[in-house]
Write a protein that binds this ligand. Structure first.
Ligand SMILES: C[S@@+](CC[C@H](N)C(=O)[O-])C[C@H]1O[C@@H](n2cnc3c(N)ncnc32)[C@H](O)[C@@H]1O
Length: 221
């Protein structure tokens, strides 16, 4: 019988600090393919999604670094973390002084990992498991979008959604390590960090993680 997603996350990951953001600990895996295989067996679904939630991605790492350096971007504000994976951006926002953080992901295993990771960092994150891109943007002050531009279909949905949020006065911060579908013309680079990920996921262990503000979104006071 399949275990709960929470039990699966705990069984297949180790809690450890992430490189470059040592104050944050996440339940992480070392290898993607064995974990994916375990997930396929667990769910009985060969087409089950990759376990994105078991890794800190370059975009999320860049956002985390930015918020550690610029806590004023989120301090006292309500934050929404789009495509949260492990919950990294939401956790970094709360540690930087955000008033609250909601994390969204369509993957039930991500939504199990997010509260586990939040708890390991002494913060509380509400996880929303649904396709929020099919709805209007939420009532929030800041949206964080870490590593959302790796796939054409998702990328095509994320930009107009973020633009609608920006038009309502929500501040939008994007983190990205140079993905193919990043809409650079609509973004203004505000910071750049060398982020260490893993060759399990990327061609190189060290990537340039950039943080952008959506053009047209309001700047932080
Ligand atoms: C590359 S991971 C990035 C995770 C995290 N933001 C980071 O930077 O570490 C992309 C995440 O997007 C999620 N995702 C894909 N489509 C989504 C959608 N429509 N709404 C919310 N999350 C989505 C995936 O499940 C995955 O967890």
């Amino acid at each position: 019988m399949a275990a709960s997603p929470r039990a699966f996350v705990l069984r297949h990951t180790n809690l450890r600090p992430i490189t470059g953001l040592p104050a944050i600990r996440l339940h992480l895996a070392d290898e993607v393919l064995p974990l994916w295989h375990a997930l396929q067996l667990e769910t009985g679904d060969e087409d089950t999604g990759l376990p994105y939630w078991a890794f800190a991605w370059g975009g999320g790492l860049a956002v985390g670094r930015y918020l550690a350096e610029h806590p004023e971007a989120v301090r006292g504000r309500r934050v929404f973390d789009l495509a949260s994976g492990s919950g990294l951006c939401a956790i970094a926002a709360l540690r930087a002084g955000a008033a609250s953080a909601t994390a969204s992901d369509i993957d039930p295993y991500a939504c199990a990992a997010i509260p586990l990771n939040a708890r390991a960092n002494g913060v509380r994150v509400s996880a929303v498991r649904r396709d929020v891109l099919a709805e209007e943007p939420p009532d929030t002050d800041v949206i964080l979008a870490g590593d959302c531009w790796y796939e054409a279909v998702l990328a095509a949905r994320v930009l107009p959604w973020l633009q609608r949020a920006g038009a309502r006065g929500i501040d939008v911060l994007v983190g990205d390590p140079g993905r193919r579908y990043l809409p650079v013309a609509d973004l203004e680079e505000i910071a750049r960090y060398e982020v260490r990920t893993t060759t399990e996921l990327e061609d190189l262990e060290l990537k340039q993680g950039r943080v952008y503000r959506l053009r047209g979104a309001v700047a932080v006071a």
